[in-house]
Design a protein around this ligand. Sequence first.
Ligand code: ADP
Length: 276
Amino acid sequence: MSSQPFIVKPGDNITLSNVEQDCKPERIPDYTGTFQKKGETKKPLKKLNKRLLKLQELLYAESKHALLIILQGMDTCGKDGTIRKVMAGINVQGCEVVNFKVPSSDEIARDFLWRAHKAVPKKGMIGIFNRSHYEDVLVVRVHDLVDESVWKKRYQQINDFEKMLVENGTVVLKFFLHISKDEQKERLESRINDPTKHWKITEADIRERSYWDDYMQAYESVLQKCTTQWAPWYIIPANRKWYRNIVITERIVETLEKLDMNYPKPNSDVSTLYVD
Ligand code: ADP
């Protein structure tokens, strides 16, 4: 198999501070995209969006697979913006976004994968998890919400769960949107300084920032322990929104192309049909 840019391979040792957050090509092995500034990605992104729409139609028509896209990252990393831009132009009927918030009493009373399993896309559909079951080894670990002996077992449980999904026709793509601590500061400040963005910021966002290093450690564990042959993690340089968007769209298109999908054969001989 040829090397794939941004992918985390099983066995890779990840130190996030050494992984590119901007868009310097020399820091990104195996990537042939040479985008240096915003305007350069406009046309290629439009083309990719069109291709994605076609592939989505095929996914729906064939209905053999579902596509599950998982987005994770620190606050302000751009999960919402990614969903808006990457999915621009696809058919909303074939796509569902699910947000994972603090679990409800109903959810907390079940195993941690229950709400994720309930939310996976049907065959033919694209499902996007805005946060996901990975919160149960991230925020839960950073804030000691359950005992270490409990969250430690979850990496393997997640791998087994995702394997089962893949074996049943769901393609799983996982993107970690990698921003720097300085970039987060700028984004939080711009929210504070713009009254139209105040709804997007809470005290909790500022508080969580003080746990940055703990989160990086928790993410490094996730990226190392839960990147698998069947459901790999991709680390996406996300300081530049335009760069993040094209890189993620490329990965989605590339993945759907590999499914080698075909339109289903009609039930009857269409050439004999006529319309009055
Ligand atoms: P977002 O930041 O994704 O835009 P919110 O501001 O509503 O959305 O944040 C959702 C919050 O829910 C996050 O702080 C996240 O860590 C928290 N959360 C998600 N899943 C869990 C979980 N399993 N246990 C505890 N907290 C969780």
